[in-house]
Design a binder for this molecule. Structure first.
Ligand code: SAH
Ligand code: SF4
Length: 343
């Protein structure tokens, strides 16, 4: 992926006509072309001149894993400076969702998350986020399908890399480019309140997801260290402002850790906060990343969901096709990455 402004400025430097820049951008975002040599609508000398100055691919795919039914596929990429990042494609009957990483590692350090264990190496650039999507768009094209949804729920905290994440959203949405509807894009934050406030003011109609994982501040502070900076009242205050301003829903994610955050006390606290009609709760079974926490049984998740619904919470259980391919955020990169740490 190359930002259209960069293509424009190189085209101007080369003395090429502006429509040539549009042709190149179209080839990259629509044709999903990865090499100037394949842009046969362009004269050969221009292809060579651009190829000397610009590189369409910001990431190199180095390893993929898939589940037997192909419902989830995970690809590990290498950045130009040698970092490992990963993205996951989940396909359903009529949808194909790409889960994108926004950082190499993460500074937040949630107790159950593999990305947190790496610490933060660096934020990704928008081009590197978009290239994760384009990689799977090519894979899907070969199967006669296309990317229908993008979720920024891979490695990293999107709102700790706010500007590049939003630039990636705008590039994906660009009506002159990839043309993914804003309502098909979701950004997940662990609760960076200033980020939620900025997001509220964005003109694009993107979806907001907030990772909750506990009903009380006491437990949440143990699971999500950032809760000591932005507690539940701060987060729900920002979400209320978001809803008032945008009239959109907020999806709360809740990774269920058996015997830790599925207790009656947590459920009661949760019911009081996650109220309809604008708040929706999504229960996610913990993917094992170590010995500290245990995955709940599928039937326990369903029971928890039923109980929350009884109490009026709009609740669903997330299908997690990625189990078995280390699809939890950060797992594959932690094992394979050059920056891997024991753990
Ligand atoms: N930093 C952002 C987005 C990336 S994490 C956030 O925390 O929201 C995306 C989601 O994956 C979060 O809801 C996170 O809690 C979840 N996750 C992380 N590790 C997991 C694991 N081992 N099993 C299941 N879900 C996990
Ligand atoms: Fe970072 Fe999200 Fe993982 Fe927490 S769950 S460490 S915020 S990536």
């Amino acid at each position: 992926m190359i930002d259209p402004h960069v293509i424009d400025s190189v085209a101007a430097d080369l003395g090429a006509k502006p429509y040539r820049a549009r042709q190149i951008y179209e080839a990259l975002t629509h044709g999903l072309v990865t090499d100037f040599a394949d842009m046969t609508a362009l004269p050969l000398d221009l292809r060579c001149a651009f190829a000397q100055r610009l590189e369409p691919l910001s990431l190199r795919a180095i390893e993929s894993q898939l589940t037997a039914d192909l419902a989830a596929r995970k690809t590990l990429f290498e950045t130009r400076d040698g970092h490992a990042v990963e993205a996951v494609l989940m396909t359903y009957t009529s949808r194909a969702t790409v889960c994108v990483s926004t950082q190499v590692g993460c500074a937040v350090g949630c107790a159950f998350c593999a990305s947190g264990r790496m610490g933060l190496q660096r934020g990704l650039e928008a081009e590197e986020m978009v290239d994760q999507v384009f990689h799977f768009a090519r894979v899907l094209r070969d199967e006669g399908r296309q990317v229908t949804n993008v979720v920024f729920m891979g490695m990293g905290e999107p709102f700790h890399n706010y500007d590049e994440t939003l630039r990636a959203c705008r590039l994906l949405n660009d009506q002159a480019g990839f043309r993914l509807a804003a309502r098909a894009i979701s950004v997940s934050t662990v609760g960076v309140v200033p980020g939620i406030d900025r997001f509220t003011d964005e003109p694009l109609q993107l979806n907001l997801a907030v990772s909750l994982h506990a009903g009380t501040d006491e437990l949440r502070a143990r699971l999500v260290p950032l809760n000591r900076t932005y507690g539940l009242d701060d987060i729900f205050g920002a979400c209320a402002r978001y809803v008032r301003r945008t009239h959109r829903k907020v999806l709360f994610e809740y990774v269920v850790l058996r015997g830790v955050n599925d207790t009656p006390e947590q459920m009661q606290a949760l019911q009081a906060r996650v109220r309809p009609p604008h708040y929706h709760l999504n229960l996610i079974a913990f993917n094992e990343t170590g010995d500290e926490f245990a995955r709940p049984q599928a039937r326990d998740l369903s029971a928890l969901c039923a109980q929350l619904r009884q109490a009026g919470v709009l609740c669903t259980v997330r299908r997690s096709p990625g189990r078995g391919i280390e699809a939890a955020c950060g797992q594959l990169a932690l094992r394979c990455g050059p920056q891997a740490v024991p753990g």
